[in-house]
Design a protein around this ligand. Structure first.
Ligand code: ASP
Ligand code: MG
Length: 816
């Protein structure tokens, strides 16, 4: 005979009871069905018992509401003509409850024994009603009060079953094969027939006891979720149902958080090798989870991840513990005496300290117990310190597959490390079924998601992107490129780029589910909040998502201050913004130190020469042991265009105007012509070459006159250029006379950086430049006679965004 068990939510409403009836009736064979109390009723009964014991008559109201719920179910599910007998029966039950409560009010005391009696009504009420409905609907059903068949000791609230007697009683009571047995979960009775209960959630246990006694082919636990999940679905969106799991794995998983099944229930089924199926009353076609002896790995190295949100860690430390036998025996003896349950234990082989995790509710109690228990050891200095850390969580990676494979813990610790999650304590039993880590509570979601991704999402690695400056040319183009490329990245690299945050000068928006790339603009407009950059950064930190990347596509100066806290929160940064790297040398070093300390990346290939591989090339040379002798470069697309275009017969001012019209200059072309931007770039290249240099140490031979620089408007500036035309004309003709061309060149040699206009001859690598091209030549120890030259478009939204994109992609292999 099959055993079915329906939990509190399954019997909690009229609709759900209809599902229950349907599921029962679909069984061709007669079945034994165990019911919980209607959802929430057990808690309410505890509440009214407690109220009554304080003499508080408010219990009457609560009782009234419980009664109403049961009668409402009867009215909805039983034909009016047939209601009277069941109503009378249920009313009788409620009269009994009322008498009991009246008694409790008189004596103002509620023993666990009385509480068990009170609670037993929850299961008795639901089971009687459903039995009646089944019979009404023509399904022959028999009500069985489990107190008649489940015999226990007198440990009220948590009674232990006498299996010999119980098994015999079950087999006698369920001997006939011609009806549905409807059995109350959770309750039993002792040898004097006094009511007991099996512990909260104990209806599962009742089902398992009955299934084991009958030798059932299967025990079905019908609940409100699709079986056991790979992780807590409230925290891990991609968690999925585990189809098959072993008893031991299920035990490990259900001990730690996953409240899908009451752990003791696994034992009777396990001993008789009866599979338990966890199924969903509300989605009855879902296959759910089958718990059995079978180990079915389905290609994953672990089976599930469980977690406890909140624990405290107690640490007992002292030199007197080294090599002394008995300290831990005494410790755990003390804890056992005080009924303190220990969640995890870890002791280093130095024996200098033992740490263990407990429920935070008992942490302070534990301190007292230990301080009293180890009084002498503390006095004579053998134990130096008892410390308690709060606000911690435990994550356990569970699976029998670990036994046969190596690398599970390596993978676990590496993914935690990469996401900057500090492991405070760890434990692995020699059964190799479970590796547990203790981490800070604030990291739990991030850790669960990162671990889940590593072990279960073999077809997809997700980067969380926070972008500042989506409305500028580079930001906008980057988003377009990511949208175009996302199909390819998913298919070829198993990579998902999720846009998790956006901020421009007006609005900000965070969405951990991802902002659609196609209509980010509308989303930011409609769903975004008024911008507050510091709040945006704090929100990113609080969101604390795994594999986070902050992309700064702004040219903002103020944003740089946030790079530090971001890196410090283990968030890598990618940016074309030069401000951070061209600030003081001290800041430049500080950023790198913090990135190193947190093991995150700070990438800025596009600071110099847009998408051209300049920073990477330079770093590659230096990392491989080369030495830089000299760098020469044309680093401004604008200046490149201007001097490539400036030819005999043209007025300099007209060339500048043309550059501006073509969009090659800043709104005020002097921002380019002043050389400031080029100075920043050569400064960065110098620093990358290992030279300690400040911005004001870069020698900038001014191209423009004082008058030109101080002109009040762009038009006034043009007027000055017009006036000074002869100066530029003669510069050009002097060069041409020598067979040379004008180039605005930045250079670095002997630790000195300078920039200015020069002329170069036909043999110089910079002679042939077109349009807005950039060029850099590296003369190094290895590239001595024949410098390494990188040349190509060094400006423009497309190539800059591409460079940013490439940096982002390179992070994916670093993080994965
Ligand atoms: N009704 C009991 C409880 O809420 C037993 C159960 O539902 O399994 O703990
Ligand atoms: Mg990973």
């Amino acid at each position: 005979m099959k055993v079915l068990k329906f939990g509190g939510t399954s019997v909690g409403t009229v609709d759900s009871i209809n599902q229950v009836i349907r599921i029962i009736s679909e069984n061709k064979q007669p079945v034994a069905v165990v019911y919980s109390a209607m959802g929430g009723v057990t808690n309410k009964l505890i509440e009214i018992g407690t109220l009554a014991s304080k003499g508080d008559t408010k219990y009457l109201e609560v009782l009234q509401s419980i009664e109403e719920r049961h009668f409402a179910a009867i009215r909805a599910l039983v034909d009016v003509k047939s209601q009277s007998s069941i109503i009378a029966k249920i009313k009788g039950n409620f009269n009994e409850i009322e008498d009991l409560l009246k008694g409790i009010t008189y004596i103002k005391e509620l023993s666990v024994r009385t509480m068990d009696l009170l609670l037993s009504f929850g299961e008795r009420l639901s089971s009687q009603i459903i039995t009646f409905i089944l019979n009404e609907q023509g399904i022959k059903a028999k009500y069985i009060d489990a107190r008649d068949i489940i015999k226990t000791n007198s440990n009220y609230g948590f009674a232990e079953v006498d299996f010999e007697e119980t098994n015999a009683l079950i087999n006698a009571a369920l001997a006939e094969n011609n009806q549905v047995y409807c059995i109350t979960g959770f309750i039993g009775s002792n040898k004097d027939n006094i009511t007991t209960t099996l512990g909260r959630g104990g209806s599962d246990y009742t089902a398992s006891i009955i299934g084991a006694a009958l030798g059932s082919e299967v025990i079905e636990i019908w609940t409100d979720v699709n079986g056991m999940m790979t992780a807590d679905p409230r925290k891990v969106k991609n968690a999925f149902t585990i189809p098959d799991i072993s008893y031991s794995e299920a035990m490990e998983l259900s001990h730690f958080g996953a409240k899908v099944i009451y752990p003791p229930s696994l034992v009777p089924a396990f001993l008789k090798n009866i599979p338990i199926k966890v199924l969903n009353t509300f989605e009855s076609t879902h296959a759910g989870t089958t718990i059995s002896k079978e180990i079915n790995q389905k290609g994953y190295s672990i089976t599930g991840i469980s977690s406890i949100d909140e624990i405290s860690l107690v640490n007992l430390q002292g030199n007197g513990m080294i090599g002394v036998a008995g300290v831990s025996a005494k410790l755990f003896g003390l804890l056992a005496d005080h009924k303190i349950s220990v969640i995890l234990i870890s002791q280093a082989s130095s024996e200098h300290s033992i740490c263990f995790a407990v429920d935070p509710k008992s942490a302070e109690n534990v301190r007292e117990i230990l301080e009293t228990g180890f009084k002498t050891e503390i006095l004579n200095g053998d134990i130096e310190n008892i410390s308690i850390q709060n606000n911690l969580s435990i994550i356990a990676v569970v699976g029998e597959g670990m036994k046969s494979s190596s690398g599970t813990s390596g993978k676990l610790f590496s993914v935690l490390g990469k996401n900057g999650i500090n492991v405070i304590a760890t434990a692995q039993g020699s059964s190799e079924l479970n590796i547990s880590v203790v981490i800070k509570k604030k990291d739990i979601s991030k850790a669960l998601n990162a671990i889940h991704e590593t072990f279960f999402e073999i077809d997809g690695f997700t980067l969380n992107l926070y972008l500042v400056g989506p409305s500028g040319q580079i930001g906008k183009t980057l988003l377009k490129q990511i949208a175009q490329q996302s199909g390819y990245l998913k298919k070829e690299k198993n990579l998902n780029i999720k846009l998790t945050g956006l901020a421009n000068t007006k609005k900000m928006l965070l969405d951990s589910n991802g902002i659609a790339l196609e209509n980010w603009k509308e989303n930011l407009e409609t769903a975004g909040e008024k911008i507050n950059l510091s709040e945006f950064i704090t929100d990113i930190q609080t969101l604390n998502l795994a594999n986070s990347i902050f992309v700064d596509c702004s040219a903002d100066k103020d944003i740089v201050q946030y790079y530090y806290p971001l890196l410090d929160s283990n968030i890598s940064i990618v940016t074309p913004n030069k401000v951070a790297n061209s600030g003081t040398y001290e800041e430049y070093i500080a950023l790198r130190n913090i990135a190193k300390k947190r093991n995150v990346k700070f990438l800025y290939e596009t600071n110099v020469g847009a998408g051209l591989p300049l920073i990477n090339t330079l770093q590659g040379l230096i990392n491989s042991g080369d030495r830089i002798h000299k760098i020469e470069a044309v680093l401004s697309g604008t200046l490149s265009f201007i001097f490539n275009t400036f030819a005999a017969g043209l007025k300099f001012v007209d060339v500048v105007k043309e550059a501006k019209e073509k969009g090659f200059t800043e709104p005020d072309p002097r921002d380019d012509l002043s050389g400031t931007d080029v100075a920043r770039k050569i400064l960065i290249l110098a620093r990358e070459s290992g030279i300690k240099l400040e911005f004001n140490e870069v020698e900038n031979i001014p191209l423009l006159s004082q008058d030109a620089m101080s002109a009040n408007s762009v038009d006034d500036f043009y007027a000055v250029l017009e006036k000074e035309n002869s100066k530029y004309e003669s510069l050009l003709s002097e060069a041409l006379a020598k067979g040379e061309v004008l180039r605005f060149i930045a250079s670095l040699e002997n630790g000195k950086a300078k920039l200015g206009l020069t002329s170069v001859g036909r043999s110089h690598p910079f002679y042939n430049l077109a349009g807005s091209e950039n060029i850099v030549s590296f003369t190094t120890e290895r590239y001595f006679n024949n410098p390494l030259v990188v040349k190509g478009p060094g400006a423009g939204a497309e190539v800059t965004a591409m460079g940013v994109f490439a940096d982002i992609i390179s992070l994916s292999s670093f993080l994965a």
